[in-house]
Design a protein around this ligand. Sequence first.
Ligand code: LLP
Length: 411
Amino acid sequence: MTPFQYKQNMLYCEDTPLADIANAVGTPAYVYSQAELLRRAAAFQIDNGLACYAVKANGNPALLHLLGQAGMGADVTSGGELFLALHAGISPGKIIYSGVGKLRSEIERALQVNIRALHVESAMELETIAEVAMQQQTIASIGVRVNPNIAVETHPYISTGQREHKFGVSPDTAVAILQFAQQHPWLQPVGLAAHIGSQITDLPPFVESAHFLVKMANELAESGIRLQYLDVGGGLGIDYGEGNVLPLAEWVTAVSQPILQAGYEVVMEPGRSIVGPTGVLLTHVVYTKPQGGKEFLIVDAGMNDLLRPTLYKAQHPIWPVEQVTGTLEVPVTYDVVGPICETGDFLAKARPLPRQEPGNLLAVMQAGAYGFAMASNYNGRPRPAEVLVNSNRYSVIRQRQTYDHLLDGAI
Ligand code: LLP
């Protein structure tokens, strides 16, 4: 099930031809499907559960607003993301804050607006939270992010739940932090969280993590610390063309069951699995260039627009916006590259595609998560536009930057 389908050889997002959007808005542009976004958000709505969307995956205010309206909370990782979540109308009571380096100023703001919980990631951070809570004469609700030491199959840069990673604390430290909080007049322990990594496509490590949390929480309960919720984090992978993808509902049921059965509320922090498949990056072919035994396809999107292929060797499928027939159909193996002055600037390597010509439009698929979010102005490139499709209508939800933006803040 994808909102991106061919109709009479033209690629559509829902009922809108992508070519129409490219003509009107220009390229590169990210295009998102509202129906797909809402369908995905709905899969995470369960009784006695709270799905806190990981804002880092895509912080577009219009998307955040839709997700908030669909009942999602937010998992934020900086003062900036807290600002975005609140701006989108997400209730502070549904916001959790994870991250290893929360600044005092960020903690102050989180306590001022009274978010659901700060997820503590070190003993030193706990001291700062306690100080700020005391200063503000407010009770700080805290969860602890525990590192369950579970190995996962994913790119090493986005595996997070093993002992040697910077994230979370060891189980012993987690217990010590919660015990300290329990005794402290301005701290209240409310939850235990784990996030084992991102783009994980098999279920067992998630289920193991859920059981790990339940076991710890039950032991804590015996020592008098009764937690409200257990948070299994995010990390559910999407299909970058390999075809092995877990249905959302299956993941939600598998991770929530052990937690609900043990009598705790379940919190989830999905990012990629909410927005990834809802978005594509539209780009134009600028030139073709045979060189060094290769066929380069030079397009108008680069690593500043979509960093994932070069940073993680991610294989985003690339679809022509117009399907061709006859001899043109015979594929050519292209290196699809951008205009940036780095050899690492590619969207795909050795990718078979129908023969391309300048002016052709391509859609880089599965690009809704960590696409725009990781875009930059590198090489003096304004950031791309973002467009939201709703059936046969679309709206620009972020204007393409102009050259003036390249002067932002400069004196
Ligand atoms: N919760 C925490 C504490 C996280 O650190 C993350 C992601 C998530 C939730 C959401 O994970 P997701 O459901 O999206 O897998 N830039 C990389 C991904 C980095 C993920 C960082 N943490 C990429 O493009 O693949």
